[in-house]
Design a protein. Structure first.
Length: 284
């Protein structure tokens, strides 16, 4: 399929505005009804990004598919897990011991970004190890099973894998004394970046792709052949891929991406329960 290399360049400014505005809006939200407010912002940005990927798709064949309902269900389940975990922290925060070494005196935006950096480090390593160990790959392969990429794919993951990726970083930032409301905001920003990272919108992220895990670089991680997908594990920042030598980009090779999915497993289950139990087969 031929894609115009110039189409996405005009959207660099739009991407910058949407990405930066989402960060600033979430960081400076009042803490009252924070969970519901973040959910509303996610809905608004999700609608905007969906409209853009329909109007200006990277791949027109990815605009619609049979798996819309399945992916919405994944999003509901997995975002509910995040909300439940964060709400539980709010409830028990007065009873758990904490080490107050987090720099709560620095500006709020830097606190949120530091929380994100820590969480992203653990997500990176759980993600990378999930491409190494078969029992983790069985859980994680759900995320790679889609044969198209669009904004909802970011939360398409096994519920157990969701817990494995999110718990270490969440536990650490909590126990070193980060404010629970700021942790919620960090997860909100990460959720919006998942939209941008997996979207079918044909945007160019300009210099941002050297810093942030954008769709331009993350698509390489979803290539069909397993051996080609061992790159770009980061969820938010590219720093971990750059430090640990897993970063890859080939912007001049527009036809090199090919299909996405798992070529080695053409008959992957197509229902939530089928994928859920397949992910557990090496555990149970």
């Amino acid at each position: 399929m031929k894609r115009s290399p110039t189409v996405g360049k005009q959207f660099s400014l739009i991407y910058s505005i949407l990405m930066l505005s989402s960060i600033l809006i979430i960081v400076y939200l009042p803490n009252d009804y924070l969970t519901f407010t973040i959910m509303g912002i996610l809905f608004i940005y999700g609608v905007l990004i969906r409209k853009l990927e329909i109007m200006y798709p990277y791949d027109p064949l990815w605009v619609n598919g049979w798996d819309d309902s399945l992916d919405r269900f994944y999003y509901f389940i997995n975002y509910s897990i995040k909300i439940s975990a964060l709400y539980s922290l709010h409830l028990i925060s007065d009873f758990l011991p904490r080490f107050h070494i987090f720099p709560n005196q620095i500006p709020i935006i830097f606190q949120v970004l530091l929380i994100l950096l820590i969480i992203d480090f653990f997500v990176y390593w759980v993600h990378r190890l999930s491409h190494v160990y078969p029992f983790l790959w069985d859980l994680h392969s759900i995320h790679h099973s889609s044969k198209r990429l669009y904004f909802l794919n970011g939360e398409k993951r096994h519920a157990l894998h969701q817990l494995l990726e999110g718990t270490p970083g969440l536990a650490l930032v909590y126990f070193i004394g980060a404010d629970v409301s700021l942790i919620s905001k960090a997860f909100g920003i990460l959720a919006i970046n998942m939209f941008f990272q997996h979207t079918n919108w044909n945007y160019k992220s300009s210099f941002w792709k050297r810093i942030i895990c954008t769709a331009e670089v993350h698509r390489w991680h979803h290539r069909q052949d397993y051996k080609d997908a061992q790159v770009n594990y980061g969820a938010w920042l590219r720093i971990w891929d750059q430090i640990f030598k897993s970063s890859f980009d080939a912007p001049d090779s527009r036809e090199a991406l090919g299909g996405v999915g798992i070529a080695e497993e053409p008959h992957y289950p197509t229902t939530y329960l089928g994928q859920f139990y397949r992910g557990l087969k090496k555990i149970i």
